[in-house]
Design a binder for this molecule. Structure first.
Ligand SMILES: [Zn+2]
Length: 257
């Protein structure tokens, strides 16, 4: 092996796979050590490949990587964790795809957000294991990842005038300003936020994801939480994530299940 070839090992969640050439795969992986990386898996689509079986979406893979010119080359892969439901249940697959897309949109290649790797694991596990996971994990993950990325909204005070906010007083959400505003500071485009939703979002902001999901959030707040979360995500992204459309179509079936 050339002395210039840097190799290292890392573990990460496989978020996107794209066929390349005859038998290769491009992988987008969010790893514990390197953050978001792009990895070339040569020959991974050959029937005889030993790597191929370890490279399914949403798996946590232990990888040995060699540094290429501007990407990593996969030399060995071993699956550590995977949740079969994410590939067999359509709603779970759509939710996991949305979570993956948020990571790919918000975290540029080569960047690492401290805390995101374990959060991803918690999110994928909850989607797979909880009956209400596919519906609720995307809603909660939106706020969690934006907070890790530095866009944690102000919940306790009006972010414009600093007035402490109380139950029973009208309040609105300002996605561009990054928080809740009082009645007097509300602009025309800012949606009202109900007291119950405000209380729930404050709870989500202070508790880790598994604790938030210990019981199912109230179903009647789902539309309001969806509108607020997507308004906030949209503010921080160039365009609407394409999996939203898929999720919305599937979402219509949630209540019948
Ligand atoms: Zn105010």
């Amino acid at each position: 092996m050339s002395p210039r070839l840097r190799t290292r090992t890392d573990v990460g969640w496989l978020l996107r796979r794209q066929p390349f050439g005859e038998a290769d795969l491009w992988l987008d992986v969010y790893t514990k050590g390197l953050g978001r990386i792009r990895v070339l898996a040569k020959g991974a689509r050959k029937v005889t490949s030993r790597k191929g079986g370890h490279l399914q979406l949403f798996q946590r893979v232990h990888m040995t990587l060699a540094r290429g010119q501007s990407w990593w080359i996969l030399t060995q892969a071993q699956t550590q964790t995977w949740f079969p439901q994410l590939r067999t249940d359509m709603h779970a697959y759509a939710a996991a795809s949305y979570v993956a897309e948020l990571v790919l949109r918000l975290v540029p290649e080569g960047e690492r957000l401290p805390g995101l790797e374990p959060l991803l694991g918690q999110a994928l596990e909850a989607i797979a294991r909880l009956p209400y996971g596919p519906q609720w994990v995307p809603r909660i993950f939106e706020w969690k990842i934006l907070s890790l990325a530095g866009y944690r909204p102000e919940w306790d005070r009006c972010h414009r005038c600093g007035t402490p906010l109380r139950l029973g007083e009208p309040k609105a959400f300002d996605p561009r300003g990054g928080g809740v505003v009082c009645d007097g500071c509300r602009g025309p485009q800012m949606p009202w936020i109900s007291d119950r939703t405000w209380t729930l979002l404050r709870h989500w902001a202070t508790k880790p994801l598994p604790a938030v999901l210990e019981k199912e959030p109230p179903q009647d707040l789902y539309p309001e939480l969806t509108a607020l979360g997507q308004a906030y995500v949209r503010t921080w992204m160039e365009r609407v994530p394409k999996t939203w459309r898929v999720e919305r179509q599937l979402g219509e079936g949630h209540h019948e299940r």
